[in-house]
Design a protein around this ligand. Sequence first.
Ligand code: NDP
Ligand code: OXD
Length: 309
Amino acid sequence: MTLILFAAPDLWPDYEPHLAPALAAAGVEAQIVTEAPDPAAVDYIVYAPSAPLQDFAPYSGTKAVLSLWAGVERIVGNRSLTQPLCRMVDPGLTEGMVEWVTGHVLRHHLGMDRHIQNPAHLWQPGGPPLARARPVTVLGVGELGLAVARALQALNFPVTGWSRTAKEIPGLSTVHGPEGLVQALSSAQIVVTLLPRTPETENILNAVSLAHLPRGAVIVNPGRGALIDDDALLAALDRGDLAHATLDVFRVEPLPAGHPFWAHPRVTVTPHVAAATRTSSAVQVIAENIRRGEAGMPFLHLVDRSRGY
Ligand code: NDP
Ligand code: OXD
């Protein structure tokens, strides 16, 4: 079977030493290539959105496209892509996301900035409440949101999770749908957005929904930039309705120089670094999916085109 990697050229040296052994360990005999003179003979495409490939039609014999990214909004609507599309669910990526979110939530919960940025060397007594008194809402309780919710719960934050469909998750308070969103935001002092970008989630945090948050709430967005209406967010920050927004993802990346987020005193910009796909664990996921494909078993992490994630 032939596998082709379509990604930025600098990713190949990362993947090459790991992919072949992972496939061999999964019992799959593979020829790994970066160029295909006969696209119809390619069995699997490992794909990152940074790759120039946009026309999947010539890959008529391809059994699956395996995304290196968790978020698939840049590829899911591609009409030439008729092959099954699997997104990345990588334990290493999840671990990274848990660390990033926990760090940024703790920064705001503990009020760390007050002491780190203290040029006048003021002695500022008064500590934060315990985490048990700081309700957190996680928008999206899929692979990443649920792991984040569990980590925050382990620190005693009361966590509410919001999803599209109703969920019974032991020990986690969950709500769903539009009414659930109002409920989830109304009590949240910190909101973490881990939703995919779809037509339904675009601008889910807008002037109306943001107004449900208690004054002084904080937003931490490692999901996608388009989940938030930028202007509504800036207005809420300027009024002091929101205390801070920590943003990892943006409508345009890199965030253009001069964008108001860069200089806003209540915004922290991080450059889409919340959680990277980790080569050593991701190749295991790819190999397992190819093993399944070759054995005629259903693929893991299949994207539902109608939902967009
Ligand atoms: P999943 O598909 O596992 O989870 C998505 C969650 O969002 C599910 O709980 C789903 O609900 C919920 N959801 C989707 N649409 C709606 C809606 N309309 N209303 C309410 N809830 C909705 O995705 P992951 O957890 O793996 O990833 C989430 C996102 O994180 C990715 O799509 C990507 O954008 C982002 N990401 C960012 C990274 C970074 O470095 N900044 C790295 C990796 C991912 P339900 O359970 O009902 O289906
Ligand atoms: C992803 C991301 O979706 O890095 O994997 O944002």
